[in-house]
Design a protein around this ligand. Structure first.
Ligand SMILES: Cc1cc2nc3c(=O)[nH]c(=O)nc-3n(C[C@H](O)[C@H](O)[C@H](O)COP(=O)(O)O)c2cc1C
Length: 135
């Protein structure tokens, strides 16, 4: 199994009905191929974790990356895992801080996840942002 984390920028401000549609399709597709994950949306930024069988994660990410609704996808982490972090959700959703998508990636990751109430989830993402910022 692997876990891939990326950040991208929406072409337009994200309306609730657009987000609902993305989540509905994601949940159906991901459940069918054993992918779980979390989507954090703040302003124009998407931050998403995808985890599951290698082939399924790769194919799902390639499809997402080609989606014209967003651009400038940057992979933040792509690693082999033995346990899922987001096993509860075929695609969970967390609102993030509203960002324009013009900030530095490490700063944006930290700011996006700051409002996440669940400290384990927040720690997973912000820990990564700190590693990137220190590098
Ligand atoms: C930010 C974002 C996240 C997405 N996440 C997923 C996802 O987790 N799983 C998925 O199947 N599609 C996801 N999609 C939608 C895909 O890009 C694509 O539209 C969908 O999988 C349907 O693909 P198809 O039209 O080729 O069947 C996401 C799209 C965006 C913009």
């Amino acid at each position: 199994m692997r876990r891939l984390l990326y950040i991208s920028t929406s072409r337009t401000p994200i309306l609730p009905e657009q987000l609902d549609r993305i989540l509905r399709v994601s949940r159906a597709n991901n459940a069918a191929v054993g992918v779980t994950g979390l989507l954090v949306v703040g302003g124009r930024r998407f931050l998403q974790a995808l985890e599951g069988p290698d082939d399924a994660v790769r194919a799902t990410y390639e499809r997402i990356r080609a989606d014209p609704r967003h651009f400038a996808a940057v992979i933040l982490a792509d690693q082999a895992i033995t346990e899922r972090t987001f096993s509860a959700w075929s695609m969970g959703y967390q609102p993030g801080a509203p960002l324009t998508g013009e900030g530095k990636i490490a700063d944006d990751v930290a700011a996006l996840v700051a409002p996440i109430a669940d400290s384990t989830l927040r720690g997973y993402f912000s820990g990564f942002a700190q590693t990137q910022a220190a590098a």
